[in-house]
Design a protein around this ligand. Structure first.
Ligand code: UDX
Ligand code: ADP
Length: 485
């Protein structure tokens, strides 16, 4: 509904997930004059956002509790009353889930736009007067066109009933990374707004101008905005697959991946960020966005371009697979009944998100080999691990006979108890300070430590009598320090 003074007064965000929740909390914090309602059909999620105990918020993000505390029930509201909030809003953000399609045309490549379409239809049916609709979820290029078409259809039918109902569609992709979401929102590298309607763009811009300098706000066409988001994520993922591919060369040649990354990153044209080799990228965006790009390329008969980007996902799967094969190899090619402690199930540290976590594929492979997994993660729940594994087994049509051979342990000590191997998959800080001397006493010999995040002190692990494999290092390099400073 258009506001009297032509300023945005009432925002509704559809989707209270990893993007919608923190983004709206920060907008509400910075714009106390705007009422911000975050709606979700998932009542459990809304209940958790409203929980008196802020430790129970549905997502874990450093700094989020403080932001929510300042504005919740002041001008930030979480509710499942979707229709009412859409009706009263002059700006609606679409922040719903857009996973990869599991079946049908474009299966395992294209994004499933089911939720976006439902959401657009609801906005079309419920809203009044003029509404600015902002696509916030990461979406394939030209999704805004679909949203526009749906909304325009409702404009026409409203007109027939003598009702004035109009929309402006903007693209405003979110670049926050989980684990640093609050800081990324407070200090973004840039804010991107795509669209044609100057007035709508200015209104959205005026919100960000409350805390983001004008020079950091970039306005483009809708399609450039959508493609920029996919491209930014594809470039980031490409860096990770590049450094991970080099980690394998390091293991074969005796070079050290951290030294190589440091030397390469000192070139100011390359830069030192996003060069940490690891078990492969996870998270809800990278794989999905690259596959969307690949799908788009194939649609436009750009097969060479599609092959180029697809290779990044291929290397990512290969990296996860070779870590699992390395473990099988070291444990005498027999994992049957062997206990393996998995340290970290989240796709990266400082988040409770497990979507596309490398831990899922690696754990499933280890379970298939007959091992028993003792999993520890400071923030991931048993249900999340169960759901992640079940989905992975179903998608890949795996034999489920060993699927339940795992436990979630509440301490590192209980996870390693009687284990043949420790596998570090997430770079949580608590895994940096493990007392390996103590740990080694409770493991079965010969005991192995597989460090895929390079967070162990090699000397301490080896001095404790443990065998150590570190990603991107040749095994004969026993001291493992390589003069790194
Ligand atoms: C990413 C983008 O960074 C963000 O801009 C976009 O909005 C959403 O997708 P996110 O997936 O939350 O964010 O986390 P990110 O920090 O990018 O990490 C993604 C994956 O790459 C993680 O699995 C992480 O462990 C891995 N990674 C990252 C590495 O293996 N090495 C690195 O150097 C950096
Ligand atoms: P993201 O990481 O993009 O934020 P999430 O899966 O964490 O994705 O959150 C998306 C949220 O959107 C979910 O909580 C889901 O219940 C919600 N959602 C999906 N469709 C609708 C809809 N039509 N109306 C309201 N909420 C929706």
């Amino acid at each position: 509904m258009i506001s009297k003074n032509n300023l945005v007064e009432n925002i509704c965000c559809v989707g209270a997930g990893y993007v919608g929740g923190p983004t709206m909390a920060v907008i509400a914090d910075k714009c106390p004059e705007i009422k911000v309602s975050v709606v979700d059909i998932n009542e459990e999620r809304i209940k958790a956002w409203n929980d008196d105990n802020l430790d129970n918020l549905p997502i874990y993000e450093p700094g989020l509790v403080e932001v929510v505390k300042r504005s919740r029930n002041r001008n930030l509201f979480f509710t499942s009353d979707v229709d009412n909030c859409i009706k009263n809003a002059d700006m609606v953000f679409i922040s719903v889930n857009t996973p990869i399609k599991s079946a049908g045309l474009g299966a395992l490549q294209a994004s499933d736009l089911k939720w976006v379409e439902v959401c657009a239809r609801r906005i079309g049916a419920i809203s009044k007067g003029h509404t600015i609709v902002v696509e916030k979820s990461t979406l394939p290029v030209r999704t805004a066109e679909i949203i526009k078409e749906i909304l325009e259809a409702t404009t026409k039918s409203a007109k027939k009933n003598g009702e004035e109902k109009t929309f402006s569609v903007l693209s405003n992709p979110e670049f926050l990374a989980e684990g640093t979401a609050v800081n990324d929102l407070f200090n973004p590298d840039r804010v991107l707004i795509g669209g044609e309607d100057e007035v709508a763009i200015e209104k959205l811009k005026s919100i960000y101008l409350k805390w983001v300098p004008n020079k950091k706000i970039l306005c483009t066409s809708l399609w450039s905005s959508e493609l920029s988001k996919l491209t930014a994520n594809a470039f980031l993922a490409q860096r990770i697959s590049s450094i991970n591919s080099v980690s394998a060369i390091c293991e074969a040649t005796g070079a050290n991946i951290q030294e190589v990354a440091k030397a390469v990153g000192l070139d100011s044209r390359i830069g030192n960020k996003f060069l940490n080799a690891g078990p492969g990228f996870g998270g809800s965006c990278f794989k999905k966005d690259i596959l969307n790009l690949v799908y788009l390329c194939r649609y436009f008969d750009l097969d060479e371009v599609a092959d180029y980007w697809e290779q990044i996902v291929h290397i990512n799967n290969w990296q996860q697979n070779r870590i699992y094969e390395k473990i099988v190899d070291k444990l005498f090619r027999n994992l049957s009944g062997k206990k393996i402690a998995i340290l970290g199930f989240a796709f990266k540290a400082n988040t409770n998100d497990t979507r596309e976590s490398p831990a899922i594929q690696i754990a499933s492979n280890l379970l298939e080999e007959g091992s028993i997994l003792q999993i520890h993660d400071p923030k991931v729940s048993w249900d999340q691990i169960f759901n992640s594994l079940s989905t992975y087994y179903e998608t890949n049509k795996l034999d489920k006979s060993n699927i339940n051979n795992w436990t979630l342990e509440n301490s590192v000590e209980s996870a390693v108890n009687n284990a043949d191997a420790v596998l570090i998959l997430t770079e949580w800080d608590i895994y940096r300070d493990i007392n390996w001397e103590k740990i080694s006493n409770s493991m079965r010999e010969p005991s192995w430590v597989f460090d895929t995040r390079l967070i162990t002190d090699p000397r301490k692990v080896r001095d404790a009598g443990l065998n150590l494999w570190r990603l991107g290092e040749m095994e004969s390099c026993k001291d493992g320090t390589f003069g790194l400073s």
